[in-house]
Design a protein around this ligand. Structure first.
Ligand code: HPA
Length: 259
């Protein structure tokens, strides 16, 4: 049991969390839909201070579509300097709370014209191009985590049944966006989506034995694919524009009680 988990159980009750969600840039509004208790990260030992605008930094535990959920609005990224394991206390806390399913969400660039801005895409697999790993430094054999079917096949099937296409996500460290040459490389390597998060959290979840799925919201065509440059303002704007559809998909997922 982590100290944060004890605080959360004292405030929100001991009922295990069925589904946890980590919300990406601009997608934090879903936390407001939860009927429950909100705790700022600042009150949870080990939890990161989220420095990115569009990331609120609070955890809400309660009910959504009748399910016991924990929603983490705000994540810390590798590029914020806290290391690739910066989200480890959050993930360990979710496990301590009995989390049965973890849904990671993010804003991403798309390398495919047929996955334009506004698309919601289930992550089928990932490519770690950041070269970092949150398990570096762990000294027992638990560190050799199997990453075959890292994104749980049954959860992926449910997301496909809700109409989501699938794609491979490539993790770049950021915080600068990619160059057009890097995007051509990523596409050649089989990446459909590019982003700066999610992969270390997926690795941590697999290490902890939590089944994981992930949904990207495409906020832009990747670098060099459109006439314009990229910006975080665009990421937040596009995420806000798609927030209602994103919320509808998550609610559908929760209603369909397979998880
Ligand atoms: N690249 C990396 N991260 C992103 C992008 C992108 O194009 N869009 C939103 N997050």
């Amino acid at each position: 049991m982590t100290a944060a988990a004890e605080i959360l159980r004292a405030r929100a009750g001991a009922e295990p969390v069925e589904v946890a969600l980590i919300l990406g840039s601009g997608l934090g509004g879903l936390a407001d839909a939860v009927d429950g208790v909100a705790v700022p990260y600042a009150e949870l030992p080990g939890f990161p201070r989220a420095t990115v605008s569009g990331h609120a930094g609070r955890m809400v535990i309660g009910r959504l579509e009748g399910r016991r959920v924990a929603v983490l609005a705000g994540r810390a990224h590798y590029y914020e300097g806290g290391g690739a394991a910066v989200m480890r206390p959050c993930l360990e806390t979710l496990r301590a709370l009995g989390t049965g399913t973890l849904i990671l969400t993010n804003a991403a660039g798309s390398t495919r014209e047929d996955l334009p801005p506004g698309s919601l895409v289930a992550i089928a697999d990932h490519i770690n191009l950041a070269g970092a790993n949150p398990l570096i430094g762990i000294e027992d054999d638990s560190r050799f985590v199997d990453m075959v079917d890292a994104y749980d096949p049954a959860l992926r099937a449910r997301l496909r049944s809700l109409g989501l296409p699938e794609g491979v996500y490539a993790w770049f460290s950021g915080p600068s966006f990619e160059t057009p040459a890097e995007i051509r490389m990523a596409r050649l390597l089989g990446a459909d989506l590019v982003g700066m998060s999610t992969v270390p959290e997926c690795i941590l979840a697999r290490w902890l034995g939590i089944p994981v799925a992930a949904v990207s919201l495409v906020t832009n065509l990747a670098a060099g694919m459109s006439g314009t440059g990229l910006s975080h303002a665009e990421t937040k704007r596009e995420a806000a524009a798609a927030a209602a559809r994103f919320e509808a998909v998550i609610r559908d997922f929760l209603r369909d009680r397979g998880a």
